[in-house]
Every structure is written in C-alpha cells, then in structure tokens.
Design a protein around this ligand. Structure first.
Ligand SMILES: Cc1ncc(COP(=O)(O)O)c(C=O)c1O
Length: 356
C-alpha cells in the first residue's frame, strides 16, 4: 500500500506491452506496427561517429536538428518540439490542457496511450465507439463534444482499426470548436501520404503529433514531435524536460532525413506490394479483414486465439486485440513482400490444417 499515490493511479494497471518476457528477436514481429526491417546500412556510419565523438556522455542538443526537421516537415522551427517518442508528445499535450475531471473525446478502440495518460491526470475519457464496420462514427463523435470537453482527439488513420477520419470531419471539428484544442495524431502519415499540416495557418487549435518509430525504423530510439502554432509550442517546452530526447535518436533521425529514398522505398514496398498481396490472399482465402489505410490491419478469422497461437509456434508474432469491440480480431503489421509471403504461408498452412 502506498498511501501518497493518487487514488486514480492506484486504481489503474500499468501499460503492459503484449508478449512481455518473450525474446522478440527470435520472431518475425508483426505485432507492434514497427518497421519490419533493421535500420539501413547507410545509417551505420552515423552510429559509429556518434560513438567516436563521445556524444553519449554529453547532454543532448537539438539546435542543429530542428531546422532539418522543419525542412522535412515543411514548417518553421517555431512550430516544432521533439519528444521522447510520440507517446511523450501525447503526454505533454494532455498534461498542458487537462485538469482532473475535464473531458477528452476520442473514438474507440483507439491507441491506448491517450486514455491511459488521461486517467493518470484524472481526466474523463468521453469514448465514442467506432461503427461495427470500424468506420469513423461521425455523428456520434460530433454530438459527444459537450460542455465538459476540454480536448478532442482524432487519430488518422486510427490504430488499431486502420480507419480513416474523413478530412471533411476533421475540418468540421476544427471549425465548430475553435476554442478547443484538437489533437490530430498522424503517426502513420508517411504511409498514407495524407496530412492536415497545411491547415495550421487557418486552424490555430490544431495540434499534430508524429513519430520516427514507424516509417523511419526508429521505435527503439524513441523520437516523436509535435507540430502546432508557436504560442502552444512555447507552452509545451515548459512541460517537456530539457533533455528528454536522447542524442543518438537525433543523430539517426538526421541521417534518415538525409536519405529520404530509404524510408520512402520502404513505404512503397509495404503499401504497393506487401499490403495488396495480403489483401488479395485474404480475400482468396475467404478471411474477413477490415480495410485499413496504413501499415497494419485487423483480421477476423473464425478462431482468433488458435490462429495467434499457431503463428507464434511458427515464429510469427501478431497482436490479439483486447478492446471489447474487436476481441475476435488480431492486428497484423504489414511489411514488404517477403515478410508478407511468410505470414501468408503460415496462415494458409493453418487454414488447411483446420479444413483437413
Ligand atoms: C496512433 C499512434 N500514435 C502514437 C504512437 C506512439 O508511437 P511512438 O511513441 O513510438 O512514437 C503509436 C504507436 O503505435 C500509434 O499507433
């Protein structure tokens, strides 16, 4: 018993990633929407220089990185703050805006860090269920925003459902509620090629959140960023710690930005080869899946738990979902063709065994 810890935190469970305790390096990891590849060889010299320069023993500096990131994003440095993964971007924005009891509207099932952080703060999650076909619940979402709402969250495309939030809906939310902050999580925008960045000029309440974890293969290095109006970014600097983003992440991200052909090549392989291959193969096999816009999708076989266990026995991790609306599904991270062929081979083996 720890009497001084706030009751809302005592009532919570820790956010436990799936497969905790498992040596994931022994598997094809299609469970956490990571990049399925290691960092490209072209990045290795940066890590060697990082080592040789002794940068690991110095506190990190971001001055040189911010203009490069701004050029990549297409905004001013003043619009940016880097964060320790976009998880931290989410956390600092929620901490900046929400008091205990305040409402946060979000369509569910959503990326769980939003609700987790809201609960740590003691805020109220105003969850709006997605439609049964996992399309965005526009009417219900708009009517859920009420007098208690202090923050609106849109995730486009949403994880885990893969659903797109129609741009018209984002525009309506921003226009109808100019006095409320609207987070737009664009963690997967490199895969969709869709962003609302250009709307910052006309919608000062828009706050974009992005990450280097997915297309840039840097999930283990932890680098994300928030894009917003300079007035808000200045406030967020008060919430984030001065050295929260590590120097190695910044060095690797700079190198990735110097080689856009590398991450763009990966995105192309996933979206133009791996994804259509899996979709066709699932259709042929008569297995239900939900249309998804990025590098992951929900698959709903007849016997989800057996499929997940069979995959694991055969060296492949996929993510069984636990949110009530999707307990019959698992989420598959999409990758380039070789990885997707391997996944389908094992999946078809399973289906054939079941038919036999
Ligand atoms: C929608 C969404 N936002 C944010 C994140 C957090 O990513 P990271 O903290 O690795 O930047 C994820 C990770 O899966 C995600 O799916």
């Amino acid at each position: 018993m720890t009497p001084l810890v706030r009751p809302n935190i005592r009532a919570m469970s820790a956010y436990a990633p799936p497969w905790t305790g498992l040596d994931r390096t022994q598997y094809l990891r299609l469970d956490l929407n990571e990049n399925t590849r290691a960092l490209p060889e072209a990045i290795r010299p940066v890590l060697e220089r990082f080592w040789a320069s002794g940068a690991a023993s110095r506190y990190p500096e971001y001055q040189a990185f911010l203009p490069r990131l701004a050029a990549h994003v297409g905004c001013a440095e003043e619009n940016l703050i880097v964060t320790n993964g976009s998880d931290q971007g989410i956390e600092i924005v929620l901490r900046a805006y929400l008091n205990p009891g305040d409402g946060m509207v979000v369509a569910q099932p959503e990326f769980p860090i939003f609700s987790h952080v809201a609960r740590v703060i003691g805020a109220a999650v105003q969850g709006v269920p997605f439609h049964a076909d996992m399309t965005f619940p526009t009417e219900a979402f708009l009517s859920a925003i009420d007098d208690t709402t202090r923050l609106i969250v849109l995730i486009n495309p949403n994880n885990p459902t893969g659903s797109v939030v129609p741009l018209q809906v984002i525009e309506t939310v921003l226009t109808r509620h100019p006095g409320l902050p609207v987070i737009l999580d664009e963690a997967y925008c490199e895969f969709t090629g869709v962003s609302c960045l250009d709307w910052l000029a006309r919608h000062p309440n828009l706050i974009l959140i992005r990450t280097f974890s997915k297309a840039f293969a840097m999930a283990g290095l932890r680098l994300g960023y928030v894009i917003a109006r300079p007035e808000l970014i200045r406030e967020l600097y008060k919430v984030r710690g001065p050295f929260d983003v590590n120097a190695c992440a910044v060095a690797v991200a700079s190198a990735q930005l110097d080689h856009p052909e590398l991450w763009k090549g990966y995105v192309r392989e996933v979206m133009e080869e791996g994804k259509p291959f899996v979709e066709d193969a699932l259709r042929q096999a008569g297995v239900k899946f939900y249309p998804a816009a990025a590098n992951f999708m929900l698959i709903e076989p007849d016997d989800r738990d057996e499929v997940v266990a069979f995959m694991k026995r055969n060296g492949i991790l996929v993510r069984p979902m636990v949110a009530p609306a999707i307990t019959r599904t698992f989420r598959l991270t999409l990758g380039p063709l070789p990885e997707m062929r391997r996944f389908m081979e094992v999946f078809v083996q399973y289906l054939e065994k079941r038919m036999a």
